[in-house]
Design a protein around this ligand. Structure first.
Ligand code: FAD
Length: 242
């Protein structure tokens, strides 16, 4: 985190920038996490505040229906009352992320199910060498593997949800579910795309759209690599990243 907020009298002066912020240029209020002398704190920054500018990130081939923005803060002054109370240190933003990542673990399953269903329908209808491609063992293996991974991912998220209801889950289980479900959903989308052949790259079918969106899901809310490192640290007790 490079964005800083410096305390000047009863105000804070924010300097820095944030990349890849969903809805950043349409939001009336942004929650901005910044380093201060007292550690990491969250600030509410209203649209139109002097020195606060946004621009849309163009040319995306993933998550095209949602706006993604760059936010810039050049000597942005906010009153102390805009600082989130009690949200102190890195724990505060990370707690928000746990909530989002749990939801994303389900979202990835939904995308995988849509791809599986599209591939199954297509395989039953598409005739090659006089038989539907669903009749061939290689296609059946692909479909079975998809169903298998979808079922495992559903169970992982269901168990995580129940643990959360009981107040028993931590970032560890959230990392496991987000890492597994985003990664398996992406593999399922690619496999489904192959079953659709050339039609798999067409927006006439939902698969390539899900596949491209899942590339973002694989990266945002903690990349697959970082969740792997978090779990590696939990297992070994050795931290391999800063
Ligand atoms: C569509 C979209 C919407 C987004 N919305 C938001 C949002 O609303 N708010 C927000 O805060 N962010 C948002 N993001 C940003 C997203 O969270 C980041 O892109 C993500 O955290 C990765 O950061 P980065 O792009 O800087 O990649 P980097 O951190 O530069 O990583 C590049 C690659 O290096 C790997 N890597 C990095 N460090 C290590 C290491 N120590 N060991 C091994 N591998 C490593 C990463 O896993 C990745 O594969 C969004 C991104 C996208 C694509």
């Amino acid at each position: 985190m490079k964005t800083r907020a410096e305390k000047v009298g009863d105000e804070y002066v924010i300097n820095g920038s944030k990349m890849w912020i969903t809805n950043g240029s349409v939001a009336d209020v942004s929650v901005v996490w910044a380093k201060t002398e007292e550690g990491i704190r969250g600030f509410l920054v209203e649209k139109g505040t002097e020195g606060f500018t946004t621009s849309e990130i163009k040319k995306k081939l993933s998550m095209r229906s949602s706006i993604t923005s760059e936010l810039s803060f050049d000597e942005v002054v906010v009153p102390r009352s805009n600082m989130l109370p009690k949200a102190e240190g890195l724990r505060a933003p990370l707690m928000c992320l746990d909530e989002a990542r749990y939801g994303i673990s389900w979202g990835a399953v939904g995308a995988a199910m849509a791809c599986y269903e599209a591939a199954l329908d297509y395989a039953k209808e598409r005739i090659q060498f006089g038989r539907p491609i669903a009749a061939y063992q290689l296609t059946q293996r692909k479909l079975v593997k998809m169903l298998n991974e979808i079922t495992k991912a559903q169970l992982l998220s269901l168990r995580l949800g129940r643990m959360r209801d009981e107040g028993k889950s931590s970032y560890r289980e959230v990392s496991l579910a987000k890492m597994n479900n985003a990664s398996e959903a992406l593999k399922i989308a690619r496999e489904a795309r192959s079953i659709l052949g050339a039609n798999g790259i067409s927006l006439e079918y939902p698969v390539i759209r899900h596949m491209n969106n899942l590339e973002s899901v694989y990266t945002y809310e903690g990349t697959n690599e970082i969740h792997t490192l978090i779990l590696g640290q939990e297992i070994t007790g050795i931290k391999s990243f800063e």
